[in-house]
Design a protein around this ligand. Structure first.
Ligand code: FAD
Ligand code: SIN
Length: 532
């Protein structure tokens, strides 16, 4: 037996990973690894805010109902209650860490300002202007950097978990003892051994050609967990955000749902028709995201448009600038004055609802491995995530993972001797072009064949492409030294495979999974669970 340098290994420095790290660091030594920079995950990019019941007229029951309606009944009610009831405490902790949430004027009481987003029946989104994620990421990082029990190591791309029986395929049996990670500066693969490992590696948005997610959202965590033996569930539930900026230069800039929450209207760019009336007369622009994204997609395809318009120019310029300063400045730099003009928008992939199944204690199928955040399928989101529920999930499950590890610390065995990464049989790549070509191809066919509206024929086409590429990528992986690009390509392809297999397995339309071949919704909601 060896004593590792750190008690707990955390993969990911976003909201989920750092929340867990701060909780654990009260009693344990923690190592946090991040691919690229410490602020490279989706957390730093979040705009709208965090959902929590904080208004006197609102109730947990309302928030639970809105979450389940958006999730089309596929949510796990126990999980939904677990998360929503912990939301106010999570916001309190963030305030203690110094997150400068917007507040009402002092003379009006100075309470937290609550904005509104699609699918919410009440104002319940706390926010820091329109750049909430950056403020949260900064506060969490500041606290982590100041904590002697936390070591932060950016520039590390994890390749695979270290498991009890590395290299074999099994489910629910292999013990996880940490991970192998590529040092992006030296090209060496290091082993990071720990008694407990938390996976907080974010989603797989970049599997699609158009996505609001950052470059590193390549499904690494989901693919690693699958290869180690974890099940994955509901991977067909990929969320598309209705309003990503349409711009030939800037491809993934989100226009927050809060713009619609504060009165923004969706208009046909040529006729000016406010078309949501034709899709969801009651909720209009504030219908859940799947409904609005499908409406935008339908308008674009039906009328051969490049984009639709999102217009908030009817509101006072000072109100618009005051609420959306980041978006206002960004658009102005691109020649669009949103106080006077409509914004051209298109739908784009935004959030991975499926992932590694976890219980309320954040445990995965594998002993020694916990998981939190977008990499998981906790039962909170069901078939479609309610806006601003995902950062919340990170805080609640990051804390749950840490608490469960601490509560069971004495039961965890010390790791056995772990062998070094073996690269005696690989050489440097001589064909980097293969990586770029395959990466582009995957993202394109996923967008065209596995997008907002699906058919069995298109899914089968995608499955066929994935089969061909898998042989090529595994062959490449077996022969050449790993690089971040290669690791990501392998994971991207695995994520695509899991999405397509899950989509083919669901013979109904529900929430984010809409197929022309099975347009009806089954009476009973069932998770799609794939077993390795
Ligand atoms: P992330 O924050 O994505 O962090 C993932 C971490 O894992 C990173 O540190 C990354 O480097 C690391 N990592 C990944 N792969 C590896 C690897 N192989 N090895 C080592 N490290 C790895 N949600 C809301 O609730 N409200 C919002 O307003 C909101 N706005 C959003 C706006 C945008 C543009 C986007 C893209 C998402 C938004 N979301 C929002 C969703 C939300 O931001 C994410 O779901 C959430 O931040 C995920 O946090 P996380 O900790 O799970 O992962
Ligand atoms: C947004 O600001 O529209 C994104 C909110 C979210 O993804 O929850």
């Amino acid at each position: 037996m060896v004593e590792p340098q750190h008690d707990v290994l955390i993969i990911g420095s976003g909201a989920a990973g750092l929340t867990a790290a701060l909780e654990l660091a009260q009693s344990r030594k923690v190592l946090v690894l991040a691919k690229g920079s410490l602020t490279g995950g989706s957390t730093a990019w979040a705009q709208g805010g965090i959902a929590a019941v904080l208004d006197a007229g609102d109730t947990f029951d309302n928030h639970i109902r809105d979450t389940m309606v958006a999730g089309a009944g596929l949510n796990d009610r126990e999980t939904v209650e677990f998360v929503i009831e912990r939301a106010p405490a999570a916001i309190d902790r963030l305030c203690e860490l110094g997150v400068p949430f917007n507040r009402e004027k002092l003379e009006e009481g100075g309470d937290l300002h609550l904005t509104r987003e699609g699918g919410h029946s009440h104002r319940r989104i706390v926010h820091v202007d329109d750049a909430t994620g950056w403020a949260v990421q900064e506060a969490l990082l500041r606290a982590a950097e100041a904590n002697d029990n936390i070591t932060l190591l950016p520039g590390r791309t994890c390749v695979d978990f270290i498991t009890g029986r590395h290299g074999e395929t099994y489910s629910g049996e292999g013990r996880v003892w940490g991970a192998y990670a590529l040092d992006e500066a030296t090209g060496q693969v290091e082993k990071h051994v720990a008694k407990a490992t938390i996976l907080a590696a974010g989603g797989a948005g970049r599997v699609y050609q158009f996505s609001t997610a950052p470059r590193g959202a390549t499904g690494d965590g989901i693919a690693m967990a699958w290869r180690a033996g974890c099940r994955v569930s509901n991977m067909e539930m990929m969320q598309f955000h209705p309003t990503c900026l349409y711009n030939l230069e800037v491809k993934n800039f989100l226009i927050t749902e809060a713009v619609r929450g504060e009165g923004g209207r969706l208009l046909h760019p040529e006729t000016g028709h406010r078309y949501m009336v034709d899709y969801d007369k009651e909720r209009m622009e504030l219908a859940p995201r799947d409904v609005v994204a499908r409406a935008n997609d339908d308008q674009i395809k039906r009328y051969g448009l490049d984009y639709v318009h999102l217009d908030i120019s009817h509101r006072e310029p000072d109100f618009v600038k005051g609420h959306f300063p980041t978006i206002y400045e960004k658009l102005l730099g691109l020649g669009i004055d949103m106080t006077k003009q409509p914004i051209p928008v298109v739908p784009a992939q935004h959030y991975t609802c499926g992932g590694v199944p976890v219980g309320l204690d954040a445990r995965t199928d594998l002993p020694g491995l916990w998981a939190a955040g977008e990499v998981t399928e906790s039962g909170l989101h069901g078939a479609n995530r309610l806006a601003s529920n995902s950062l919340l999930e990170c805080f609640v499950f990051g804390e749950a993972a840490a608490k469960d590890i601490c509560a069971h610390w004495d039961e965890l065995d010390a790791p056995p001797p772990i062998r070094d990464w073996d690269e005696s049989r690989v050489t440097d790549s001589d064909e980097e072009v293969v990586i770029k070509q395959n990466w582009t191809e995957i993202r394109r066919f996923m967008w065209n064949y596995v997008g907002i509206v699906r058919t069995t024929k298109r899914l089968e086409r995608a499955a066929h492409r994935i089969k061909l590429l898998s042989g090529e990528v595994e062959d490449y992986y077996g022969h050449f030294r790993v690089t971040t690009d290669l690791i990501e390509l392998r994971n991207l392809l695995k994520a695509a495979d899991l999405i397509v297999r899950s989509a083919l397995a669901r013979h109904e339309s529900r929430g984010l999974h809409f197929t022309l071949d099975y347009p009806e919704t089954d009476e009973v909601a069932r998770d799609t669970v794939l077993v390795p």
